[in-house]
Design a protein around this ligand. Structure first.
Ligand code: FES
Length: 101
């Protein structure tokens, strides 16, 4: 696992929204759900939709393609109890957003 600087803190998504960031050879979805930040893998487990281009509704990250919903803290989807997207530990340090991938 490596700690990677993703972006300056000022680029984080606003409350109850998501944003995608390139991170090495993958893309990470940062969610801000009620002021709490988390980092999820950006690829929806249904058909690969970009979660970081989706929305936040009722405390869940919602895929922009067909609306699968994900728990922002566990990565579990409400559509299938056995499926979870990867979560990456996230830190904010000296104005930088760091994720461990
Ligand atoms: S690709 Fe995300 S809901 Fe289908």
């Amino acid at each position: 696992m490596a700690l990677i600087r993703l972006a300056p803190q000022s680029e984080l998504p606003a409350v109850n929204s998501v944003k995608e960031f390139p991170c090495g050879d993958k893309t990470v979805c940062i969610a801000n759900v009620s002021g709490k930040f988390s980092a999820l893998d950006n690829v929806c487990l249904h058909l690969g939709g970009p979660l970081g281009e989706g929305t936040v509704e009722h405390g869940k990250v919602v895929c922009p393609w067909y609306g699968w919903q994900y728990d922002p803290q566990t990565g579990a989807t409400t559509h299938n109890a056995n499926l979870k997207v990867a979560m990456y530990p996230l830190k904010i340090e000296n104005g930088d957003v760091l994720v461990e991938v």
